[in-house]
Write a protein of this length. Structure first.
Length: 162
C-alpha cells in the first residue's frame, strides 16, 4: 500500500525496506508501509501524503522516519482554557494593580475542598499509597563474624595535645 510520494529530494536520502535492503530515492518514488526513510548529513526530502489531502512532510538532514499503515491525520489539540495567554496575563495584572478581589475574578482551582471535582459516584478524588516498610535482619548483611572490633593504639607518654 502506497503511503506517500517523494518530491524535492536533495542530497543523500535512502529507503530501507522491510528486508533491510537500501535504495536511494528520487522524486516521484512511491513509499510503502513498513519502509524507513533515512536522510544523510546533507539530505532532505518532502513526502506528500494523499491520505491527508496532499499534506507535505519535510524531512531534514540526519532524520529517520518509519512509515506505517496506521498513520493518522490527527486534529489539532484544542488549547485548554487554563492555558495562560497574553490576554489572560494582562487581565490578572490589571486585577493585581487595580481594585477588586482577585479570588472572586479567577476560576476555582482543581484542588481544594472539592478534591478536583470528584463526586460520590466517582470514588476517591485522591490516591492513597500505603506506607512502605522493609524489615531487615542484622544477620542478613553478611558480616563476617570472625572479625572482632580492634583497639586503636594510643601514643605512650605524656602528650601536649591532651
Amino acid at each position: 500500500m502506497t503511503v506517500a510520494v517523494v518530491q524535492n529530494v536533495t542530497g543523500e536520502v535512502w529507503v530501507r525496506a522491510e528486508d533491510g535492503s537500501l535504495r536511494q530515492i528520487r522524486n516521484g518514488d512511491q513509499l510503502m508501509a513498513g519502509e524507513v526513510i533515512v536522510t544523510g548529513a546533507d539530505g532532505s526530502a518532502e513526502l506528500v501524503f494523499d491520505a491527508f489531502g496532499g499534506g507535505v512532510l519535510e524531512l531534514l538532514a540526519n532524520q529517520i522516519l518509519e512509515l506505517s499503515e496506521n498513520i493518522q491525520d490527527n486534529e489539532p489539540t484544542p488549547v485548554p482554557e487554563a492555558l495562560v495567554t497574553e490576554a489572560s496575563a494582562s487581565g490578572i495584572l490589571d486585577l493585581l494593580q487595580g481594585e477588586g478581589d482577585l479570588l472572586a475574578e479567577l476560576d476555582a482551582a482543581a484542588a481544594g475542598l472539592d478534591g478536583g471535582g470528584a463526586t460520590e459516584d466517582d470514588g476517591h478524588g485522591i490516591v492513597r499509597v500505603g506506607r512502605i516498610a522493609e524489615n531487615t535482619d542484622p544477620l542478613a548483611f553478611g558480616n563476617d563474624p570472625s572479625l572482632s572490633p580492634f583497639a586503636v593504639p594510643l601514643p605512650e607518654g605524656p602528650s601536649s595535645a591532651l
